[in-house]
Ligand binder design. Structure first.
Ligand code: C5P
Length: 235
């Protein structure tokens, strides 16, 4: 059975800023699931992951690995010791690379964190994909094909726009996870995101996890914004 959760994107530049934010949630019964991306990980290293785990949060380590299969396998076998709950690769690295990532991430007892893949970044337009990358298919066909490759390699799901979650579920089955950024409250600021949906609509379309950054991190009351997001997405 697929689980559902709201993942807060901790796009902070330092441990200090991150812990100032997390301290707001000290008395919350529900510990938020957090996404740590490249900026924070490269600034603070594995120590920040370990400290956030120690505080009882689940972690999605968003490092988007993309290299030759052997290098990705070895990198994943280091990351598996961090005991994160979810991490990712680029599906463009090929099925062989994704299979190597699964092997590297799998612990001796056979368990592993969830592993998901990025299909096409939402910053890549169909025009650029076709003209710069010489990928002739439509962007939607590419996303579906990359999602199918991800499933064939044995991964658990993909990151995609909420508006793409329905077609990914149709192609890969409803047990295949979709993790979707680009979520905004109906009455909130859109910022630099272009194709957005509300938490409730994301759930209707088929998102399993929504990744929400600024609507929570930049809110006047981040805890209230988080609770609202959970209420709208999970009910
Ligand atoms: O602040 P906001 O809610 O826009 O943050 C969304 C998060 O999801 C950011 O960490 C952003 O890098 C990430 N993301 C995204 N679009 C993608 C992949 C990741 O917005 N296609």
């Amino acid at each position: 059975m697929v689980e559902h959760d709201v993942i807060i994107a901790c796009d902070f530049k330092s441990a200090e800023d991150t812990f100032r934010f997390l301290d707001l949630f000290k008395n919350e019964p529900r510990k938020p699931f957090l996404k740590i991306g490249m900026e924070l990980y490269y600034a603070e290293g594995p120590a920040i992951v370990k400290e956030i785990k120690r505080r009882g949060h689940k972690i999605f380590l968003d490092l988007k690995l993309h290299d030759i299969p052997n290098t990705v396998k070895k990198a994943m076998s280091v990351l598996r010791n961090l005991d994160v709950d979810m991490t990712n690769v680029h599906a463009a690295g090929t099925i062989d690379m994704m299979k190597a990532a699964v092997e590297g991430l799998t612990r001796e007892d056979g368990t592993r964190p969830l592993l998901i893949a990025v299909t096409q970044l939402t910053s890549t337009s169909e025009e650029r994909m076709q003209q710069e990358l010489l990928i002739g298919a439509s962007i939607n066909d590419t996303i579906v094909k990359y999602a199918q490759n991800t499933k064939a390699a044995g991964l658990d799901g993909v990151v995609c726009s909420p508006l793409e979650a329905g077609m990914v579920k149709e192609a890969c089955g409803k047990e295949f996870f979709t993790i979707t950024p680009g979520v905004r409250f109906a009455d909130g600021e859109v910022g630099d995101q272009v194709r957005v949906t509300t938490p409730a609509r994301a759930r209707e379309i088929g998102s399993d996890f929504i990744v929400v950054g600024r609507p929570i991190t930049a809110a006047d009351d981040p805890v209230a914004a988080y609770r609202r997001c959970v209420a709208e997405f999970i009910g």
